[in-house]
Structure formats: structure tokens, C-alpha cells
Design a protein around this ligand. Sequence first.
Ligand code: C5P
Length: 337
Amino acid sequence: MTLGTQAQTVTVRVPGKINLGLSVGPLREDGYHELSTVYHAVSLYDTVTVQPSDSWSVHASGPWGEEVPTDERNLALVAARTLAKRRARKAKVHPVRIDIDKHIPVAGGMAGGSADAAATLVGCRELWGLDHLENDLLEMIAASLGSDIPFLLHGGTAIGSGRGEHVTSVLARGELHWVLWAGEGLTLSTPEVYAECDRLREAAGETPAAPQPGGALMTALRRMDTDEVAAALHNDLQEAAISLQPVLAEALAAGLDLGARAGLVSGSGPTVAFLVGSQTEAIDLSVGLAANGPTGDIVRAVGPAPGAQIIHQRTSPEPTRARPDTDRPGPLGPVIG
Ligand code: C5P
């Protein structure tokens, strides 16, 4: 037997996202809405570490750690287990312990849960040595778990179509500066926001058309002109999010009064993203919002940011088995399958 090395822990950094444009089309038969969106990953990161363990578990720390469900519903845990089932038949996988350092707001419209799932897929692929697993297959598994997860593997700025899971890069040079406001104790359920959008449209007698990517936004992103991007930002879910959480209108008005070039609800909300022209403007706005805006967490971020990336791994020599003829579990815990 040759003595190789084997990853013992893998740490992956993954960004949150905002939607620079979000056009929501009709409700489909599968319960999703057809949409056209421009995803934009920003430099507000969760860090996810996976390591072999005797059993499957997830643990959360960091500013939003207490809000993370650590039971079977946790999307990172679901992602790890799904990847374990979809591996090639010969590959041996072990249960993992997942540790999430949570900085992306929970249930905030920034795809924080999806981000952790994307990071877990990347981390477990490395940990389990599933190098043969093509990116396409990883993206298919990602899409089966949630509409935003393929984008969080990808990062940058990209168009999302279908229910959001089909991702195509957008040519966007340069950076955009953001101030993100997450209201204290404020959460929104994504299905409820989509349902409210349908309800408001029905009440207004509107029938949604097939969603299209906004041409003005694409042009503005190619030039990366902040004011042009500001004028083209758009979110069809914003009215519904405000209808469910009216304080969002107050936060938007406060940010605009304090000099933001534009403000919009991120995805299904309730995080609000303010576009500013520079880091100095970002500092001024965050100080102003903290003093004069509704109570909330305020962070500065820059986009576009890269997708889920391994930032650290620790390896150790591959373990030799003391009693190779028995089925005693090795130091990595029980082998599945
Ligand atoms: O795909 P994901 O699990 O993130 O979606 C959560 C919920 O958001 C869906 O169950 C659906 O109610 C709503 N949704 C939608 N149309 C989309 C994406 C999400 O209606 N394109």
C-alpha cells in the first residue's frame, strides 16, 4: 500500500448575492416562477469547514450563527448527504461535520443558506476525493437543491434564467460598492414573498409577461458606470417584500436621503442593498444609516466577488488499517456504501 495524503479538513469561502435585476414571470406548474435575473456576488462571506466525523452534523457560529437551523432541514447538511448519494459507485464517503461561520444574513434574501450548500458541495467533493465529478454534474446537483445554488458555485455577475438555476456570465469590468442593511430580527420567507407578488398582481389585474433580462442594465454593467447601474436596478419582488415588511420602505428612504445612488431590496428580502460610488461614500452612508436609519446590521461590501472557493485544507498521511481483515471502522468513522 502506498502512503498517500488525504484531506482531513477543507475550508471553503462563499459569498452572498444580491440581484441587480429581478423580473418575475408567471407561476409555473411546478410551483416556481419563471424568472430573469442578474445575480451579483458580493464580498460578504460565510466560511464553511467540512471534516470527517462519526455522524452527520452541522454547527454554526459568527454574527448570524444563532439563527441557523442545525437540524435535518439545514441545506448544507442536505447538500452533503445528496452528494454522498450521487457519488460514483466506487467512491467511499464518510459522514461529515460541517462548521459554518455565518456572516450572510439568515432568511435575508442574500441566498445565505444556498451559499452554505454550495460551499459544502465544493468542500465535500474535495474531502471525499470525488475529483472525477464534473462541474456540470455538481451544478446539476446544486440546481436540484435550490434555484440560487448554481450561481453561488459560479460567483461574479451572471444572468439567471429558468427558475434561476441556469447561469450565464455577464461581462462586467470594475467594481461596485454596496452598503447592506439587514433589519434587526427581520426575516421574510421566500415562498411568501413570491405568493404576495402574485396576489398584488392579481389584485391589480396584471398578467405577467415572459421575463426578459434588462438591456439598460446590461449596457450599464458593460460600462460599469455607477449612476447608469443605479438607474437600471430593478426588483419585481420589492413591492411584495415591502407589503409584508413596511419598515423596508423606511430603510430605503433613509438610505436615499443619506446620499445612496440607489437602493433596492435584495431578492425576496428583507436585506436592502444601497449602491454608492466609492469606499468613502460607503463609509459615510453606513455611519449615517447607523445614526439615522431604522435599527439593523449595516455592512459594506464590494462586488463582483468570486464563487465558492477552497481557501484552506489540512491533509494527513492516509491512515493504514491496524486490522485490515476486519470491518472495524477506521479513524474516519464508518464508511457509507
Ligand atoms: O429554489 P429555492 O428552494 O430557493 O426556492 C424557494 C421557494 O421560492 C420555492 O419553493 C418557491 O416558492 C419560490 N420560488 C419561486 N420561483 C423561483 C424561485 C423560488 O416561486 N424562480
